[in-house]
Design a binder for this molecule. Structure first.
Ligand SMILES: Cc1cc2nc3c(=O)[nH]c(=O)nc-3n(C[C@H](O)[C@H](O)[C@H](O)COP(=O)(O)OP(=O)(O)OC[C@H]3O[C@@H](n4cnc5c(N)ncnc54)[C@H](O)[C@@H]3O)c2cc1C
Length: 412
């Protein structure tokens, strides 16, 4: 079956907080935008029952409720959604290709917002009991099924402790395996104090999982004391893992720069090492992975995408000028030398340029076009003909009249 081809300005891979926010910005900028999501629109945040630290919701919000609002807002701005898995990408070159099982999407910009997936413990038999066989990653999803039961939580970070406390509303007992010394936890102090005071929570310190045991379903978690080596079998009905995340970046290996752990490297504009490809949210290397920071990243990526597309159009139409001669003055509006010279250039333009295309590019606003032309020193005057750079004049050459020579050549 031949795959259907469709063109978009922007394709966003991943429909979590970052992808949805990028979508809102792109949609609002009237860019034809597609979000591809392989699981649940809303992403990881939908897995958490309560989000208390997202601004603007003094009473807190459920993850599902909050993400539903993001989704509605993106749809309001005309963003299209496809619920499917992205299988492969070709990101280099002007037209980016994003391929799913049935479709090939072509885009001017790709925003990677694929987030991460929960980290596994690596203990024996783990794969055997994943998801519906007793090992879970989502308290919201599986708490009710554990009403009146005994569950274990692995980890002591914010997610582990907050979700553990949520589980106490359903389970009779929540046993927390903590890797650290008694009283040492990775979560914030408020969560720690609440958890230690919760009569339904028990802590087993200095432990990690050695194995998961049971028949069809998990019945025991065997913990190992990391100081003494003692094995401690604990009878449980379910076990919840909250020990961090692994970024979803398999698709981008060898193309996008990433850390050893697989997090994508970006600059503050969310640009990756490949032109026209941006990354946002938990998938990128950053200090704090939360809904609020995913939203900030998404906003920047969406805005950067809009600027990149506008610049590409300007570059094609005005700078390359269909192969006809074009002069580009690249300057920095905050540099007095550039400002002084602008006057000289403008005068030449008035006197000699006639209908030769002349463009001013202020790198203070954006250095995208300067980068495309490979110009790093400002001011510069670039003469382009037949779509290629013929000459690039520096400040002294412009002052010494070399510009006039070029203009004469252009007009000839
Ligand atoms: C249990 C838990 C509790 C949390 N509590 C809080 C909290 O209280 N406050 C807070 O601010 N943050 C909290 N967080 C963190 C917050 O959920 C994340 O920081 C946020 O969801 C990151 O958003 P994102 O868009 O970057 O990534 P994600 O939400 O992970 O979204 C990425 C999306 O990309 C999709 N995807 C991946 N690969 C592909 C592919 N190949 N094709 C198509 N789609 C793909 C995934 O299915 C996913 O939906 C919590 C997280 C967890 C797990």
């Amino acid at each position: 079956m031949e795959k259907k081809r469709e063109q978009f300005d922007v394709v966003i891979i991943g429909g979590g907080a970052a992808g949805l926010t990028a979508g809102i910005y792109c949609g609002r900028a009237r860019l034809k935008t597609l979000i591809i999501e392989k699981a649940l629109v809303g992403g990881l945040a939908t897995y958490t029952n309560e989000i208390e630290n997202y601004s603007g919701f003094p009473e807190g919000a459920t993850g599902l409720g909050l993400m539903d609002l993001f989704h509605k807002q993106a749809k309001k701005f005309g963003v299209k959604f496809k619920l499917t898995d992205v299988k492969s990408v070709k990101l280099e070159g002007e037209t980016k290709i994003v391929e799913t099982f049935r479709n090939i999407y072509e885009a001017k910009v790709v925003i990677v917002a694929t987030g991460g997936k929960p980290r596994l413990t690596g203990a024996k038999n783990e794969e055997k009991y994943l998801y519906d066989k007793g090992i879970s990653f989502c308290a919201t999803c599986d708490a009710a099924a554990n009403t009146g039961k005994t569950v274990m939580v692995i980890g002591s970070g914010d997610a582990a402790i907050e979700e553990g406390m949520f589980l106490t509303k359903f389970a009779d007992k929540v046993i927390v395996s903590v890797l650290h010394e008694e009283g040492v936890m990775d979560c914030n102090e408020i969560a720690k104090a609440q958890a230690l005071a919760n009569p339904k929570m028990e802590f087993i310190w200095n432990t990690m999982v050695d194995s998961f045991e049971g028949e069809e379903r998990l019945t025991h978690v065997v913990l190992k004391n990391v100081k003494t080596g003692e094995l401690i079998p604990v009878k449980v009905d379910s076990c919840f893992l909250f020990i961090g995340y692994v970024p979803n970046t398999e698709l981008f290996k060898g193309v996008l720069d990433m850390t050893k752990a697989g997090y994508l490297l970006t600059n503050e504009k969310m640009e990756t090492n490949v032109e026209g490809v941006f990354a946002a949210g938990d998938v990128r290397e950053k200090f704090l992975k939360q809904v609020a920071t995913a939203v900030g990243d998404g906003a920047i990526a969406g805005y950067s995408a809009e600027k990149y597309i506008a610049e590409s159009e300007k570059f094609e139409k005005q700078i390359l000028n269909d192969g006809k001669p074009s002069l580009v003055y690249i300057w920095n509006a905050v540099d007095p030398v550039c400002r002084d010279l602008l006057q000289v250039v403008e005068e030449y333009k008035e006197q000699y340029l006639g209908n030769i295309c002349f463009t001013k590019v202020d790198v203070y606003k954006s250095d995208g076009i300067a980068k495309r032309l490979g110009v790093t020193q400002y001011p510069s005057l670039v003469y382009i003909n037949d779509g290629k750079i013929v000459e690039c004049l520096d400040k002294d050459q412009i002052v010494s009249g070399a510009m006039k020579k070029i203009v004469t050549q252009c007009s000839a």
